[in-house]
Design a protein around this ligand. Structure first.
Ligand code: DUC
Ligand code: ZN
Ligand code: ZN
Length: 488
């Protein structure tokens, strides 16, 4: 009987702290030795000096979800996790989304029913709360937090989803009391509505006007307001999908004051600009997401914030809609920018884009890449050290990267169900060629080898913020723990 199930030999093992040369031995899905592995294994892989990184953790993903406008995502838990794993991601945290009038407990049950038979890799859930009714706030949410759903997203915009500032304060107070993390989509609803109304009135309905209606100041104002609300009740908050210079500065200042504010950005804010939405007829809808991509100055600000640790996590915000009437363009060629489905796919290309544009171009180092792509996500949602690192006792979730591999992005080579990629034709250097999930070699030589339903549900726990997130987030060391604390 071999000592191990798998040994990866001759690896350059990268974590947030160090690069180590050696072997990784795996038994029963868990890393059981690192260094010089003596003994044999059922399977050996020679990494040949390639980088072996923690499998990515993508903590902002929409799959099998209906948008506020009632449009179904193009990916379910099978195609979504398939796409993830081909891009080097081995854990996802999608949303169980409540629409108004729904029981949150029932919503969670429904998402489990969707995920259980289909997921190829491990997953946890965030909640989306659009209806903080007495039943939700008094019973369902506190119970769900105890059951391992410790983060929830709140919208400050979208008619069907947004909560008032008063409701957000209630939710923040509850998060503080129960020890949970509130994630905020920060855009000023009335500013966007007002601009959109006047643009449409003047016949400006093409996709490019989406980026004008979702003005930078709308993001900046809402970010500042959200942080002020969190400050009032001293509750932790994550601002998701940040795109904009002033908003990023506001986060940086809040953290410098010691506030427990975390921040996330996404591939579309380093690799796209508002000009991408400026295409003939409604084609620009394929690049439509909220907040919209901005310009090269904003991209530079995003890179600076990735480098200096203002951003804790780099997530895909994979929000996949096909370019047809059941997806992006519900009214076909007559669809106005107000009616387009919001969101772009990014699960599979999240890590290759960050690696190629970030590490290869010297904007961030490999350790920051690991922190931003895996370790910080696992720490923020209480999955560390089971996920997000390479250590004895951690799940053997690993990606072997060929840092020399040049790839020209073609949607036909990707594994989602979207039908296009906003990054078509881009060249990236560096690709996760072999991907391992709990010791199973799930991607190798471009082939998938995982059973539908073999992914496992992960319960999140409230993180202990006295442990720093990693090199990309040094301010965390100063932050108090955000375990449960009563407000009054
Ligand atoms: N917010 C998201 O988080 N994803 C897609 C669209 C949106 O507005
Ligand atoms: Zn959002
Ligand atoms: Zn999202």
């Amino acid at each position: 009987m071999p000592a191990y199930d798998l040994i990866i030999r001759n690896a350059r093992i990268v974590t947030v702290e160090r690069v180590t040369e050696g072997d990784i031995a795996v038994k029963d899905g868990v890393i059981s030795a690192i260094g010089k592995a003596s003994g044999d294994a059922t399977r050996e892989i020679d990494a040949g000096g390639k980088f072996v990184l923690p499998g990515g953790v993508d903590s902002h993903v929409h799959v099998a979800q209906k948008s506020g406008m009632g449009i179904m995502c193009a990916d379910d838990f099978y195609t979504g996790t398939r796409s993830a794993v081909f891009g080097g991601t081995t854990t996802i945290i999608p949303f169980a989304a409540q629409h108004r009038g729904m029981s949150l407990r029932k919503v969670v049950q429904d998402y489990h029913q969707e995920a259980t038979p289909k997921a190829l890799i491990d997953y946890a859930f965030h909640l989306i709360i659009s209806d903080p009714s007495p039943q939700v706030m008094g019973q369902e949410l506190p119970a769900l937090i105890k059951d391992g759903y410790t983060s929830f997203k709140i919208y400050m915009t979208y008619d069907a989803l947004k909560v008032t500032d008063y409701q957000l304060l209630d939710i923040l107070a509850l998060a503080r009391k129960e020890g949970a993390l509130v994630m905020v989509h920060a855009e000023n609803h009335d500013m966007i509505q007002w601009l959109a109304h006047h643009l449409v009135e003047q016949g400006h309905v093409a996709p490019k006007f989406h980026a004008i209606a979702h003005a930078r100041v709308a993001e900046a104002e809402a970010t500042n307001r959200a942080i002020s609300l969190a400050r009032l009740v001293d509750a932790p908050m994550l601002i998701v999908h940040m795109s904009e210079i002033e908003a990023i500065d506001t986060v940086r200042q809040a953290r410098a004051k010691g506030l427990k504010i975390f921040a996330e950005t996404c591939p579309q804010y380093i690799a796209l600009t508002a000009d991408d939405l400026d295409k003939p007829d409604v084609q620009g809808a394929m690049w439509c997401c909220s907040p919209p991509p901005r310009d090269s100055a904003a991209q530079e600000a995003v890179w600076a914030a990735l480098k200096d640790g203002t951003f804790d996590v780099f997530s895909s915000d994979h929000a996949p809609y096909q370019f047809n009437e059941g997806g992006k363009i519900p009214k076909g060629l007559k669809t106005t920018f107000k009616e387009m489905a919001n969101g772009v796919p990014g699960l599979e290309l999240r890590l290759p884009l960050l690696f190629s544009e970030g590490v290869q171009k010297g904007r961030i180092d490999l350790h920051q890449f690991v922190a931003l792509s895996a370790t910080n996500h696992a720490k923020l949602y209480g999955l560390y050290p089971r996920k997000g690192t390479i250590a004895v006792g951690s799940d053997a979730d690993l990606a072997i990267w060929d840092d020399k591999k040049d790839v020209t992005v073609r949607w036909t080579d990707l594994h989602d169900n979207v039908g296009y990629t906003p990054y078509e034709g881009r060249r990236v250097t560096g690709w996760p060629v072999t991907v391992i999930s709990r010791g199973r070699v799930v991607v190798e030589n471009g082939t998938l080898n995982a059973e539908k339903g073999s992914g496992q549900f992960l319960k999140c726990v409230t993180p202990d913020a006295s442990r720093p997130l990693g090199r990309a987030a040094p301010e965390m060391t100063k932050m108090a723990s955000f375990g449960a604390r009563p407000l009054f």
